[in-house]
Design a protein around this ligand. Structure first.
Ligand code: 13P
Length: 262
């Protein structure tokens, strides 16, 4: 079908901090400074923070001379125009963002973002030159009913149908089971590997060889104490960290778990 891999196999591990709606100018400053000072550039592993949009300018100033990248937590599905309150991909690029989270479950649940809306946002992000981290996951009820993989495959299919194939190496998946977010009940490394391997198979079926290069992150109660378990899994290409990314030492330790063994 003419899919283009664009060297997706070159993509390294990815450790992303989602600050959610937390922080102030005053509290962000020491956190950003500690991350800038504490993370060394690595060709194998990229460390990224996603602060609230109000603080992207602050993150840019604090991180631009460092090895830490930054991104946003949401993007409009529109490029520009009369869309009050929205932020376009080009604006986020202008603020130096490399990444954007799309379809986080807190937005799907609270704001009614549908698979179709998430797909349109991912498409706008990729078309605008951002790396789109598309979040997906099943509820506790869906898992108990044995529907987790069916739900996830559907969420993935809707997004894939909308993506420009030429930008597929900028597409990242974050598997975030809803029952593991902010609960302390992280999915076991075995569950994460099982799900990631099923998502990988679905990606390869849809994209051919390019599907092997799409990074699949795990998210949900990741801490420094459990990060190494995920790093050891074949199909876990990184993590998306909420609460633990608000502590510099903790987040740096999670990042270090995804560095190659030296
Ligand atoms: P926690 O790490 O706080 O569970 O949050 C996970 C998450 O939602 C990251 O996007």
């Amino acid at each position: 079908m003419g899919y283009i891999a664009l060297g997706s196999g070159m993509n390294g591990k990815l450790v992303i901090g989602n600050w959610k709606m937390n922080g102030t100018l005053a509290s962000n400053a020491p956190l950003l400074a500690a991350l800038a000072a504490g993370w060394r550039s690595s060709p194998q592993t990229e460390l990224v923070v996603c602060p609230p949009a109000a603080y992207l300018g602050q993150a840019r100033l604090a991180l631009q001379a460092s090895a830490v990248s930054w991104g946003a937590q949401d993007v409009s599905d529109q490029a520009a125009g009369a869309f009050t309150g929205e932020l376009g991909a080009a604006m986020l690029r202008d603020m130096g963002c490399r990444y954007v989270l799309v379809g986080h479950s807190e937005r799907r649940t609270r704001l009614g973002e549908t698979d179709q809306m998430v797909a349109a946002k991912a498409r706008a992000a990729l078309s605008g030159g951002l790396r789109a981290v598309v979040c997906m996951g099943e509820t506790e009820k869906q898992r108990a009913a044995g529907q987790a993989l069916t739900v996830l495959r559907h969420q993935l299919q809707v997004v894939l149908a909308a993506l420009p194939r030429t930008a597929i190496d900028h597409f990242v998946i974050a598997y975030e089971p809803l029952w593991a977010i902010g609960t302390g009940a992280h999915a076991s490394a075995d569950i994460a590997q099982q799900v990631h391997s099923a998502l990988r198979a679905a990606l390869v079926e849809a994209l051919g060889a390019a599907g092997t290069g799409v990074r699949i992150l795990y998210g949900g109660s990741v801490k420094a104490s459990n990060a190494a378990e995920y790093a050891a899994q074949r199909d876990v290409d990184g993590v998306l960290v909420g609460g633990a990314s608000l502590q510099a030492a903790e987040f740096l330790e999670i990042g270090a778990a995804f560095l190659p063994i030296r």
